[in-house]
Design a protein around this ligand. Structure first.
Ligand code: FE2
Ligand code: FE2
Length: 224
């Protein structure tokens, strides 16, 4: 492969765009979409595909898609998936990546947002699950507690003290299990569903695309 995840992590243009995307979202009051988020998404997408026995090449494409999936936020939040796919195409063409691999990565990025996309390939399905699973206290960029409590996205992220994706294999099936610890003294479980139900539905579709079953636990109780 002409370009790797590790090479792109050190790329000046990629770093600047990830940072600029997060700067814009911070100004708009969104949670963290910077290196901690995109690197975690890349690693978790790779972990999912590795557990399912996919090739080294496919896993590398998933890591690249994870790293670049939110750069479109630099341009506009609403259209960040489609715009980010176009920006990614330019970056990957610069490295001479094959058009086939660019197609896979850009399709995944262009379809990762629950408002406009659905799983369209293996890389896309892994990216969706890894992205939607990243809910955690350290994503809250707001520092004033009054404002955190007033904003449902900040409140729910702040209340999540642990988020893990576990791959569980039985003889008949593979389960992709998302486990969250949610501080219910800080926010009720209903708040989580108010903002994340559509994301969980998308995760279930993505797991099915991968030939697996999605399970979701909050505080050790099975929700789906
Ligand atoms: Fe996104
Ligand atoms: Fe994301």
């Amino acid at each position: 492969m002409s370009v790797t995840y590790e090479m792109l992590k050190k790329d000046e243009q990629v770093s600047a765009y990830i940072q600029a995307g997060n700067d814009a979202l911070k100004a708009l009051g969104f949670t963290e979409h910077c290196f901690p988020h995109v690197c975690l998404v890349a690693e978790n997408a790779a972990m999912i595909l590795q557990a399912l026995g996919h090739s080294h090449e496919t896993i590398e494409l998933a890591k690249i898609a994870g790293l670049l999936h939110d750069i479109g936020n630099m341009m506009n939040r609403t259209f960040h998936a489609a715009v980010g796919a176009e920006m990614t195409r330019a970056v990957l063409e610069r490295y001479g990546m094959s058009y086939k691999d660019i197609g896979t990565v850009c399709s995944a990025i262009g379809n990762h947002d629950e408002g406009t996309g659905k799983p369209v390939n293996i890389v896309s399905a892994a990216l969706i699950i890894a992205d939607k699973a990243d809910v955690r206290r350290s994503r809250v960029q707001e520092t004033c507690m009054e404002n955190i409590i007033a904003d449902i996205h900040d409140r729910v992220n702040y209340a999540v003290t642990r988020a893990e994706i576990n791959m569980i294999k039985s003889e008949a099936n593979t389960f992709i299990r998302l486990c969250l610890d949610l501080d219910i003294h800080f926010t009720p479980v209903m708040d989580y569903f108010e903002i994340f139900l559509s994301r969980m539905v998308m995760c279930r579709r993505a797991a099915a695309f991968l030939g697996a079953e999605f399970e979701f636990f909050i505080n050790d109780s099975k929700i789906v």
